[in-house]
Ligand binder design. Sequence first.
Ligand SMILES: Nc1ncnc2c1ncn2[C@@H]1O[C@H](COP(=O)(O)OP(=O)(O)OP(=O)(O)O)[C@@H](O)[C@H]1O
Ligand SMILES: [Mg+2]
Length: 287
Amino acid sequence: MTSKAYPFGTPSFKAPSFEAPSFEAPSFEAHPFLEVRAVKKSFRDAKDGDIHLVLSSIHFTVNEGEFVTVIGPSGSGKSTLLNIIAGLLPPDEGSVWMQGERQTARAGKVAYMMQDDLLFPWQSVKRHVAMPLRIQGVGKRAAEEQAERILKTFDLIHLGDRYPKTLSGGQKQRVALARAYIQGTALLLLDEPFGRLDALTREDLQAWLETIWLKEKRTVLMVTHDIEEALFLGDRVLVLSARPARIVLDLPVPFARPRKKDVRLTEAFVAFRKTLMQALAEDTQRL
Ligand SMILES: Nc1ncnc2c1ncn2[C@@H]1O[C@H](COP(=O)(O)OP(=O)(O)OP(=O)(O)O)[C@@H](O)[C@H]1O
Ligand SMILES: [Mg+2]
């Protein structure tokens, strides 16, 4: 993966300019892995019938193998954006492209761990992880063998015969991630995969996810509300404004991988965190 130059001049960490990215026609010579082009989305309010603009004009690209994180205020439209990229929700305007082709349905190209992805109480861990393959028509034995391989990689093999009610919150999140990963799709969409966990468990799982991602390279777009998590995991961090959302900052993160837990204590990390906080705060002042 190529690291990108820091766009605002190396770490003097002045507040960057938060002008909206330009929406010029992208180059079609080399296709970015994922391209979200000027996507707009509104919802009609169920009570008063008013139409609320949620995504104002979202445009960004993700390169193959990149881990891009997205942060933004609650209700800004992060899950809506992932639903559109996954092909579960049509945009009002704009389009989503993958490897140069317009994406209109999930069609086996995208694995999506949704914000409240639940495990079924009646299925064992191994069955959960094998399930997406079974749905794709893979035979039981082959699917379970593949599930065992993924469970080993995810360090979950000892939990294979357990049922969700006997798992901790962190273990459940890891199983849900394994279930998304096994689909083998090149693009993995993760919506706050560690959202409900305490800070220490989150830190462990962030390091764990990075290790997996370095082994089983995929292109990842992950939503989080946690600035540190976005920085620790991302090659780039996209900052969404409050509703109607637009991208106010696209920040490359240069820390070498694998990232050690205590990278969070370094001056550079703290300065990046400040830049992201400023981007979020600047947007709030604008309202
Ligand atoms: N199907 C829908 N119909 C109507 N309004 C919707 C629908 N889905 C989302 N919304 C509204 O769109 C806005 C954005 O919702 P979304 O779930 O995308 O936000 P979010 O950034 O993921 O929030 P959070 O950080 O709390 O998960 C919210 O105001 C929400 O109420
Ligand atoms: Mg959400």
